[in-house]
Design a protein around this ligand. Sequence first.
Ligand SMILES: [Fe+2]
Ligand SMILES: [Fe+2]
Length: 129
Amino acid sequence: MSLIEWKKEFETGIPDVDVEHEALIGLINSLYDSMNSDRSKDSILQFLGDIHTKTAAHFALEEKIMREEEYAHYGEHKNEHEQLLDDINDIMDEYEFNDSFDENKLKQVLASWFSEHFKNQDALFHKAL
Ligand SMILES: [Fe+2]
Ligand SMILES: [Fe+2]
């Protein structure tokens, strides 16, 4: 089972970016599979931490390119990255301290973030290059 499905609407229209986004989603889904084979607290926390790390790595790469290109909407774009990472952190904290892991919430957060951010900020940025 997948946590998020790749959707055509995630496409930015730039093949290289789409490949990377699709890979990120694939990676999240495979992390999800291994978490599901051992749903201990440690395994779930590890899973959330890995999602955070992989997403942060993708964002860092984009931000590096934006700085190099002196991209005009860098601040705005970086803010969205930080908000998404904060949302993942909140889900981690909630689980760590209250023992509640709302899988559907995670699903919704990732799906809506990815679809909005990929379609808007990422598409805009890659068109500007
Ligand atoms: Fe991206
Ligand atoms: Fe981005």
